[in-house]
Design a protein. Structure first.
Length: 555
């Protein structure tokens, strides 16, 4: 069983609530440009073309992410059809694997209460709600890594060969999800643990050679696909270069090349970028994580770099070293740090246990609680603003439901005598309500402005011939391909369009001369929803933030 009955009952509602929001978001929220819908469309193409070793994006060679996400998503689409939920399902299941593995790993070193808290903190973090609907490779990567770390810890305890085999299989699958980082994080985590405990012999074991062999064998399908697609074709141009080795790209350039500067990508390269994004990405637990991390470091130095014989020194160095490795990269995105979310959750759970549950330092406890209440209150106020201002046409239903929800939850928290502290319930309810209402009332409305969704809807409703529909200098609209289940072609000469064919063009291209040869049948306003700004969110200024497109039909 996942949880012991005695302790699980008081947390069960919040686990179920978190899983419910994951599923709800996967059903109600359309896929978002760029990454999520790009991965979905690659998976769709892989399934339709039955080419599982070589990866293509809109018919072009794709060299960015390894194939694990695409393999599992293609399998899910084969079983459940080409739709949002089928694409997201493997990532949701892997998120549950991450939560379970976090619980089991924590249980090896801490009490069951802390283990339950760690898994609950992970399950209810804002990052987890985001990466189960706006799917990235990091959802699966996190799961494979913490599964491997749990199993390797289990092997350190019992020397069971099966545990270390599972650990290295998980590492291999993690590498097939996002590259060598899946191997580096366990190294970053366990080497400090073995060194501080002076278990130097465990740094050199024959089982590691077995593990290396397992990884090499499991990576063969991916390596063969890369070799066939890229290494055998040095004439292919990728990222403005020819002679690109797919094998070198995945094992060096994509990961270490971002540190050395060899990678062509450069963005968000300041060291504090990932931490700044954790401030909102790990809500509502950010304050407790910061305090917990500082406490762990302080205790280590206070004890002169010594820890108890049976204590772990895996999570804190695992987080810190991974953060430093990612923080010095020349290219960073907010979700890159999510690989160590389980470590962050464990550090946080220890802090929550020692303050909220164990009543250590009552004054400090009150300060933490009041500060976090302030943050959660701001989150709820922002939620109300998002429900009221951007899309006022649906204002009455969400606000009414919000008020009813707050009343019911407040009644439960302050009248029922249950084991979960009221503050903890308040924080959990805040994040659940926020994501529940965003999933139902905000994100779906927002995604109505995504160009591909609107064009696909128009094509479907008007039963246009997809084979006769073209794009004119409009690129990377994977949502159009995915939701139409069709690969649309870009054209570069409008004279090549045949009579009765359709063309999608943007406002900058549209001119009066075109109307001599084309009939304008629809105008579409759109916005790049992943770049939200105040101008778009304000209905009074939204028109100035929108981009305009036209569907034309050749006379």
């Amino acid at each position: 069983m996942l949880f012991e009955k005695k302790l699980s009952n008081k947390y069960l509602f919040y686990f179920i609530g978190s899983f419910f929001v994951y599923i709800l978001g996967s059903i109600t929220i359309p896929l978002m440009e760029i990454d999520s819908v790009q991965y979905a469309n690659i998976s769709r193409e892989m399934l339709l073309h039955k080419n599982f070793l070589q990866i293509f994006d809109q018919g072009k060679d794709y060299l960015d992410k390894p194939p694990m996400l695409f393999w599992l998503s293609s399998l899910s689409m084969y079983l459940f059809g080409i739709n949002d939920f089928a694409f997201r399902l493997p990532s949701i299941l892997m998120a549950i694997v991450a939560i379970y593995s976090t619980y089991k790993f924590t249980l090896l070193y801490y009490t069951e209460e802390i283990a339950l808290l760690a898994s609950l903190v992970l399950a209810s973090s804002q990052a987890m709600f985001l990466i189960t609907h706006d799917v990235r490779t990091d959802t699966m990567l996190m799961a494979w890594v913490i599964l491997g770390i749990w199993q390797f810890s289990q092997w350190l305890r019992n020397r069971n060969l099966l545990s270390i085999i599972v650990a290295f299989v998980a590492v291999a699958f993690g590498m097939m999800t996002k590259g060598p980082i899946a191997l580096m994080v366990p190294i970053f985590s366990f080497v400090p643990h073995l060194l501080i405990h002076k278990k130097f012999k465990l740094l050199f074991r024959w089982e590691y050679l077995l593990g290396l062999f397992i990884i090499i064998v499991l990576l063969i399908p991916m390596d063969w696909g890369l070799y066939q697609q890229f290494d055998l074709h040095p004439e292919k141009e990728l990222y403005g270069r020819t002679g690109t080795s797919g094998l070198r790209f995945f094992y060096w350039t994509q990961s270490f090349g971002r540190i050395t500067g060899e990678s062509v990508w450069h963005e968000n390269d300041h060291f504090t970028f990932l931490f700044e994004n954790l401030l909102w990405g790990f809500l509502p637990w950010t304050v407790y994580f910061i305090v917990g991390l500082c406490t762990d470091i302080y205790k280590l130095f206070k004890n002169k770099l010594r820890i108890d014989t049976h204590a772990e020194w895996i999570t804190t160095p695992g987080f810190l070293i991974t953060y430093c490795a990612l923080g010095i990269s020349h290219y960073q995105l907010p979700h890159y740090i999510y690989i160590v979310l389980p470590f962050i959750a464990i550090i946080t759970a220890k802090c929550i246990y020692n303050t909220l549950l164990n009543n250590e330092g009552s004054i400090f406890k009150n300060i933490l609680n009041y500060f976090n209440i302030f943050i959660c209150t701001i989150v709820l106020l922002l939620l109300i603003i998002l429900l009221i201002i951007p899309f006022p046409s649906n204002i009455y239903l969400p606000i009414s439901l919000f008020i009813i929800s707050v009343i019911i939850i407040s009644y439960i928290i302050y009248t029922k005598k249950i084991a979960v502290p009221r503050m903890l319930q308040f924080f959990l309810c805040t994040i659940l309500i926020t994501n529940l209402f965003l999933s139902i009332f905000f994100y779906p409305k927002l995604l109505e402005y995504q160009l591909g969704n609107k064009v696909s809807k128009f094509i479907t409703e008007n039963k246009l011939n997809k084979s006769s529909f073209y794009l004119y200098h409009i690129y990377n609209e994977r949502s159009l391909d995915f939701y139409s289940n069709h690969s649309f072609h870009n054209i570069y000469n409008l004279d090549s369009v045949k009579s009765s064919d359709y063309v999608l063009i943007d406002n900058k291209t549209m001119n009066a001369a075109l109307l001599k040869s084309f009939v304008k049948i629809e105008q579409i306003s759109a916005f790049h929803v992943s770049t939200l700004n105040a101008e778009f969110l304000n209905p009074q200024t939204r028109n100035t933030a929108l981009s305009y497109y036209f569907i034309l039909q050749k006379k």
